[in-house]
Design a protein around this ligand. Structure first.
Ligand SMILES: [Fe+2]
Length: 354
């Protein structure tokens, strides 16, 4: 029995150390990150500060990629918002192509929202020339390479939300105000559908990406709370490193949320260390976006000198990782995969896989 325990530890320890030295954030699954006494001595806060310092250093070196105005928006507010991002004709063709796109779609349920995503890697993009044209957009490329601080293109997805879908409701982590992780990283959306109260706009807290003294104190308190175990462990996902924040704590930090209702063809790039959530949708509706994500090792001080090839390599690796995750998630009933089109009318949810 002892031998088995030692073998188990020898197997897991390198993984825990790797996670600790990179993007690992789970206080529950990693006993180094989730160690109460280490966090009492400031481990989590030290990781937050170091990750932010290196992010600012990389972003400073990449600043020639974008205009002064875009840098100011990103550094002061935590997000860049560009209305009428694509020429009208290009956007219209792209929008039609995505609504008719047929491929492997992964769907999960959050609350009563059915989230459908297609990972648009290099080979998937070849089916949609309009998508390739967007990926080649030099302005988008420079914005993403800068804001990620890693100088590489993001992962591209088509995301289609079906609000108030005909599904068995599950807990919805997206509706709670939260930070994605302990370090700056970006997500971006090109809105194919405009957003309003009917289909749930994005809600962001401007300025909440900055490390203030009050934010650091809050991070410290949250890290101790996230270390709690057993029945003391909060069910509100404190343990996974995506800390939730309530209105009182936001007010104490001098912050307030802003609802970003935007027209179709708007690009939003947000630092998701800043607090954000998905707004409520009042009606059965869809919200389609091109969703982009760029997350990398925050403790690597370097960025790639070869964006295109590094991007392709990361995309290949992420494709493999998704396939591995598929097996577990499908087996647990958490996810469903199908080959087909996105559901664009929530009334027909039952028949979309035909
Ligand atoms: Fe999030």
């Amino acid at each position: 029995m002892q031998i088995r325990k030692v073998m188990d530890l020898a197997w897991k320890l390198p993984k825990w150390i790797f996670e600790f030295l990179s993007w690992g954030k789970s206080f529950k699954n990693n006993p180094i990150i989730g160690n109460y006494w280490l966090n009492r001595c400031g481990l989590h806060v030290a990781r937050v500060i170091l990750a932010h310092f290196l992010f600012r250093l990389r972003i400073l070196l990449l600043s020639p990629l974008v205009s002064k105005e875009d840098r100011k928006d990103f550094l002061e507010n935590g997000f860049i918002l560009k209305k009428d991002f694509l020429p009208e004709e290009q956007f219209s063709k792209l929008s039609i192509a995505l609504k008719n796109y047929k491929g492997v779609i992964r769907e999960i349920v959050e609350g009563t929202t059915l989230t459908q995503r297609a990972f648009m890697d290099y080979s998937s993009r070849q089916q949609a020339p309009e998508f390739c044209q967007l990926v080649r957009n030099s302005y988008l490329d420079r914005l993403m390479r800068y804001s990620s601080s890693k100088n590489r293109p993001p992962f591209f997805f088509i995301e289609n939300l079906c609000n108030h879908a005909n599904v068995a409701p599950r807990p919805d982590p997206q509706r709670d105000m939260h930070a994605d992780t302990f370090h700056p990283c970006v997500k971006a959306w090109l809105y194919i559908d405009g957003t309003d109260d009917q289909n749930g706009p994005y809600i962001y807290v401007p300025g909440s990406h900055r490390l203030s003294w009050r934010r650091l104190k809050w991070e410290y308190r949250q890290s101790l709370k996230a270390c709690q175990k057993g029945v003391l462990r909060d069910k509100g996902r404190y343990w996974d490193g995506s800390f939730r924040v309530n209105d009182t704590a936001l007010a104490e930090m001098g912050l307030s949320a802003e609802k970003l209702c935007v027209p179709a063809n708007t690009l939003l790039i947000a630092n998701v260390y800043g607090f954000h959530r998905r707004g409520e949708a009042s009606a059965k509706s869809n919200r389609m976006t091109i969703w982009m994500q760029a997350r990398d090792n925050p403790f690597n001080p370097l960025f790639t000198p070869c964006p295109k090839y590094t991007g392709r390599l990361f995309e290949w690796g992420w494709g493999k990782a998704l396939q591995r995750l598929d097996k577990r998630k499908i087996a647990s009933g958490e996810q469903n995969n199908y080959l087909g089109r996105f559901t664009r009318n929530t009334d027909r949810l039952q028949s979309h896989k035909k």
